[in-house]
Design a protein around this ligand. Structure first.
Ligand SMILES: *[C@@H]1O[C@H](CO)[C@@H](O)[C@H](O)[C@H]1NC(C)=O
Ligand SMILES: *[C@@H]1O[C@H](CO)[C@@H](O)[C@H](O)[C@H]1NC(C)=O
Ligand SMILES: *[C@@H]1O[C@H](CO)[C@@H](O)[C@H](O)[C@H]1NC(C)=O
Length: 191
Protein backbone atom coordinates (compact mmCIF):
# COMPACT_ATOMS: atom_id res chain seq x y z
CA UNK A 1 0.00 0.00 0.00
CA UNK A 2 2.78 2.40 0.95
CA UNK A 3 4.65 1.78 -2.31
CA UNK A 4 1.42 2.23 -4.19
CA UNK A 5 0.85 5.64 -2.61
CA UNK A 6 4.38 6.72 -3.39
CA UNK A 7 3.97 5.61 -6.95
CA UNK A 8 0.79 7.65 -7.31
CA UNK A 9 2.50 10.71 -5.84
CA UNK A 10 5.46 10.26 -8.14
CA UNK A 11 3.17 9.91 -11.15
CA UNK A 12 1.26 13.03 -10.12
CA UNK A 13 4.51 14.94 -9.71
CA UNK A 14 5.69 13.79 -13.15
CA UNK A 15 2.40 14.81 -14.75
CA UNK A 16 2.65 18.23 -13.10
CA UNK A 17 6.23 18.76 -14.21
CA UNK A 18 5.65 17.57 -17.76
CA UNK A 19 2.48 19.62 -18.18
CA UNK A 20 4.30 22.70 -16.89
CA UNK A 21 7.20 22.04 -19.25
CA UNK A 22 4.73 21.51 -22.08
CA UNK A 23 3.32 24.94 -21.39
CA UNK A 24 6.77 26.46 -21.56
CA UNK A 25 8.51 24.44 -24.26
CA UNK A 26 7.29 23.22 -27.62
CA UNK A 27 8.83 21.56 -30.64
CA UNK A 28 9.89 23.43 -33.72
CA UNK A 29 11.80 26.50 -34.77
CA UNK A 30 10.93 30.06 -33.83
CA UNK A 31 8.68 31.68 -36.44
CA UNK A 32 10.11 34.39 -38.60
CA UNK A 33 8.15 37.35 -37.29
CA UNK A 34 8.05 40.92 -38.47
CA UNK A 35 8.25 43.54 -35.73
CA UNK A 36 6.65 46.97 -35.68
CA UNK A 37 8.38 49.14 -38.23
CA UNK A 38 9.73 52.52 -37.21
CA UNK A 39 8.90 51.81 -33.58
CA UNK A 40 8.60 55.01 -31.50
CA UNK A 41 9.82 54.30 -28.00
CA UNK A 42 8.61 57.58 -26.58
CA UNK A 43 5.02 57.06 -27.69
CA UNK A 44 5.07 53.62 -26.10
CA UNK A 45 5.81 54.90 -22.59
CA UNK A 46 3.30 54.91 -19.75
CA UNK A 47 0.97 52.38 -18.27
CA UNK A 48 -0.18 49.16 -19.95
CA UNK A 49 -2.45 46.44 -18.61
CA UNK A 50 -1.88 42.79 -19.37
CA UNK A 51 -4.90 41.52 -21.26
CA UNK A 52 -3.63 37.98 -21.84
CA UNK A 53 -0.39 36.04 -21.69
CA UNK A 54 1.29 32.76 -22.48
CA UNK A 55 2.16 30.69 -19.44
CA UNK A 56 5.14 32.24 -17.66
CA UNK A 57 6.44 30.79 -14.41
CA UNK A 58 7.34 34.26 -13.15
CA UNK A 59 3.70 35.31 -13.51
CA UNK A 60 2.01 32.23 -12.16
CA UNK A 61 -1.12 33.07 -10.07
CA UNK A 62 -0.72 36.78 -10.92
CA UNK A 63 -3.80 38.83 -11.68
CA UNK A 64 -4.16 42.59 -12.12
CA UNK A 65 -0.86 42.67 -14.02
CA UNK A 66 0.33 46.00 -15.34
CA UNK A 67 3.52 47.56 -16.62
CA UNK A 68 4.61 51.14 -16.40
CA UNK A 69 7.34 52.18 -18.81
CA UNK A 70 9.19 55.46 -18.48
CA UNK A 71 12.26 56.84 -20.24
CA UNK A 72 15.45 57.04 -18.18
CA UNK A 73 17.28 58.69 -21.03
CA UNK A 74 16.87 58.56 -24.79
CA UNK A 75 17.51 54.83 -25.04
CA UNK A 76 16.85 53.12 -21.71
CA UNK A 77 13.45 52.48 -20.19
CA UNK A 78 12.51 51.94 -16.57
CA UNK A 79 10.12 49.01 -16.34
CA UNK A 80 7.83 48.70 -13.34
CA UNK A 81 5.79 45.50 -13.50
CA UNK A 82 3.05 44.92 -10.98
CA UNK A 83 0.94 41.90 -10.24
CA UNK A 84 -1.38 40.76 -7.50
CA UNK A 85 -1.69 37.26 -6.09
CA UNK A 86 -5.27 37.18 -4.90
CA UNK A 87 -5.22 34.21 -2.52
CA UNK A 88 -2.17 35.62 -0.76
CA UNK A 89 -3.41 39.22 -1.01
CA UNK A 90 0.10 40.00 -2.12
CA UNK A 91 1.27 42.71 -4.48
CA UNK A 92 4.40 41.96 -6.48
CA UNK A 93 6.52 44.66 -8.03
CA UNK A 94 9.49 44.01 -10.30
CA UNK A 95 11.70 46.82 -11.56
CA UNK A 96 13.75 46.34 -14.67
CA UNK A 97 15.52 48.03 -17.53
CA UNK A 98 14.77 47.78 -21.24
CA UNK A 99 16.54 49.03 -24.34
CA UNK A 100 16.98 48.20 -28.00
CA UNK A 101 20.55 46.98 -28.59
CA UNK A 102 20.26 47.45 -32.37
CA UNK A 103 19.50 51.02 -33.37
CA UNK A 104 18.03 49.75 -36.64
CA UNK A 105 15.58 47.43 -34.95
CA UNK A 106 14.04 49.64 -32.32
CA UNK A 107 11.07 47.29 -31.69
CA UNK A 108 13.42 44.47 -30.60
CA UNK A 109 13.96 45.29 -26.97
CA UNK A 110 15.90 43.45 -24.30
CA UNK A 111 14.50 43.53 -20.77
CA UNK A 112 16.47 42.76 -17.65
CA UNK A 113 15.29 42.31 -14.07
CA UNK A 114 17.99 42.35 -11.40
CA UNK A 115 20.56 39.64 -11.93
CA UNK A 116 18.34 37.48 -14.12
CA UNK A 117 19.52 37.05 -17.71
CA UNK A 118 17.95 39.55 -20.08
CA UNK A 119 14.96 38.45 -22.11
CA UNK A 120 13.59 39.48 -25.48
CA UNK A 121 10.66 41.86 -25.70
CA UNK A 122 9.71 42.25 -29.34
CA UNK A 123 6.86 44.58 -30.18
CA UNK A 124 5.14 42.91 -33.11
CA UNK A 125 2.50 45.59 -33.44
CA UNK A 126 1.12 48.52 -31.51
CA UNK A 127 -0.93 51.64 -32.13
CA UNK A 128 0.60 53.17 -28.97
CA UNK A 129 -2.73 54.22 -27.51
CA UNK A 130 -4.85 51.09 -27.26
CA UNK A 131 -2.98 47.82 -27.83
CA UNK A 132 0.42 46.18 -28.07
CA UNK A 133 1.46 42.67 -29.09
CA UNK A 134 4.68 41.52 -27.44
CA UNK A 135 6.48 38.32 -28.34
CA UNK A 136 9.66 36.47 -27.52
CA UNK A 137 10.99 33.15 -28.74
CA UNK A 138 14.27 31.29 -28.30
CA UNK A 139 15.35 27.89 -29.55
CA UNK A 140 17.27 25.28 -27.64
CA UNK A 141 19.22 22.34 -29.03
CA UNK A 142 17.78 23.05 -32.46
CA UNK A 143 14.25 21.67 -32.01
CA UNK A 144 12.84 23.01 -28.73
CA UNK A 145 11.52 26.51 -28.43
CA UNK A 146 10.41 28.62 -25.50
CA UNK A 147 7.91 31.36 -26.24
CA UNK A 148 6.34 34.20 -24.34
CA UNK A 149 3.60 36.43 -25.65
CA UNK A 150 1.43 39.17 -24.26
CA UNK A 151 -1.36 41.39 -25.44
CA UNK A 152 -1.20 44.65 -23.52
CA UNK A 153 -3.90 47.30 -23.51
CA UNK A 154 -4.03 50.88 -22.34
CA UNK A 155 -7.49 50.28 -20.90
CA UNK A 156 -7.72 47.82 -18.01
CA UNK A 157 -10.93 46.50 -19.56
CA UNK A 158 -9.13 45.45 -22.72
CA UNK A 159 -10.45 45.78 -26.25
CA UNK A 160 -13.52 44.90 -28.25
CA UNK A 161 -13.87 41.23 -29.17
CA UNK A 162 -13.48 42.16 -32.83
CA UNK A 163 -10.16 43.88 -32.16
CA UNK A 164 -8.89 40.97 -30.06
CA UNK A 165 -9.81 38.57 -32.89
CA UNK A 166 -7.92 40.76 -35.34
CA UNK A 167 -4.78 40.73 -33.15
CA UNK A 168 -4.99 36.97 -32.62
CA UNK A 169 -5.34 36.44 -36.35
CA UNK A 170 -2.34 38.64 -36.95
CA UNK A 171 -0.26 36.51 -34.58
CA UNK A 172 -1.59 33.28 -36.12
CA UNK A 173 -0.39 34.51 -39.48
CA UNK A 174 3.14 34.14 -38.07
CA UNK A 175 2.38 30.61 -36.84
CA UNK A 176 2.18 31.73 -33.23
CA UNK A 177 -0.15 29.34 -31.41
CA UNK A 178 -2.63 31.76 -29.87
CA UNK A 179 -4.48 28.90 -28.14
CA UNK A 180 -1.77 29.19 -25.53
CA UNK A 181 -3.08 32.56 -24.39
CA UNK A 182 -4.79 32.78 -21.02
CA UNK A 183 -6.82 35.90 -20.29
CA UNK A 184 -5.50 37.87 -17.32
CA UNK A 185 -7.92 38.53 -14.48
CA UNK A 186 -8.18 42.32 -14.18
CA UNK A 187 -11.19 42.35 -11.86
CA UNK A 188 -11.32 43.74 -8.31
CA UNK A 189 -7.75 44.96 -8.48
CA UNK A 190 -6.19 46.75 -5.51
CA UNK A 191 -3.61 48.51 -7.67
C1 LIG B 1 5.11 55.39 -13.95
O1 LIG B 1 6.42 55.49 -13.43
C2 LIG B 1 6.92 56.82 -13.46
C3 LIG B 1 8.39 56.78 -13.07
O2 LIG B 1 8.61 56.05 -11.90
C4 LIG B 1 6.06 57.68 -12.54
O3 LIG B 1 6.54 59.02 -12.58
C5 LIG B 1 4.62 57.64 -13.04
O4 LIG B 1 3.80 58.35 -12.15
C6 LIG B 1 4.14 56.21 -13.14
N1 LIG B 1 2.84 56.21 -13.80
C7 LIG B 1 1.81 55.51 -13.36
C8 LIG B 1 0.57 55.60 -14.15
O5 LIG B 1 1.87 54.80 -12.38
C1 LIG C 1 20.97 55.51 -20.11
O1 LIG C 1 20.68 54.83 -18.89
C2 LIG C 1 21.26 53.54 -18.79
C3 LIG C 1 20.73 52.85 -17.56
O2 LIG C 1 20.68 53.69 -16.46
C4 LIG C 1 22.76 53.63 -18.82
O3 LIG C 1 23.34 52.35 -18.73
C5 LIG C 1 23.16 54.29 -20.14
O4 LIG C 1 24.56 54.45 -20.18
C6 LIG C 1 22.46 55.63 -20.32
N1 LIG C 1 22.74 56.11 -21.67
C7 LIG C 1 23.01 57.37 -21.93
C8 LIG C 1 23.25 57.71 -23.35
O5 LIG C 1 23.08 58.20 -21.04
C1 LIG D 1 21.46 50.64 -39.92
O1 LIG D 1 20.98 50.66 -41.25
C2 LIG D 1 21.70 51.52 -42.09
C3 LIG D 1 20.98 51.59 -43.43
O2 LIG D 1 20.44 50.35 -43.80
C4 LIG D 1 23.12 50.99 -42.23
O3 LIG D 1 23.89 51.84 -43.06
C5 LIG D 1 23.76 50.96 -40.84
O4 LIG D 1 25.03 50.36 -40.89
C6 LIG D 1 22.90 50.15 -39.87
N1 LIG D 1 23.39 50.31 -38.52
C7 LIG D 1 23.56 49.28 -37.70
C8 LIG D 1 24.03 49.60 -36.32
O5 LIG D 1 23.34 48.11 -38.02
Amino acid sequence: MKICKQRILLTLALVLVTSTLAQVFSFGKCPNVQVKQNFQLESYMGKWYENRRFFAIFEVFSSCVSANYSLKNDSHVRVINQGYIKFLKKNNVAIGDAYAPDANETAKLKVKFGNAPSGDYWVLDTDYDSYSIVYSCSTFVGFLKIEFAWILTRDRNGLSDAKIQELLQYMSSYDINVNRFAVTDQSNCPN
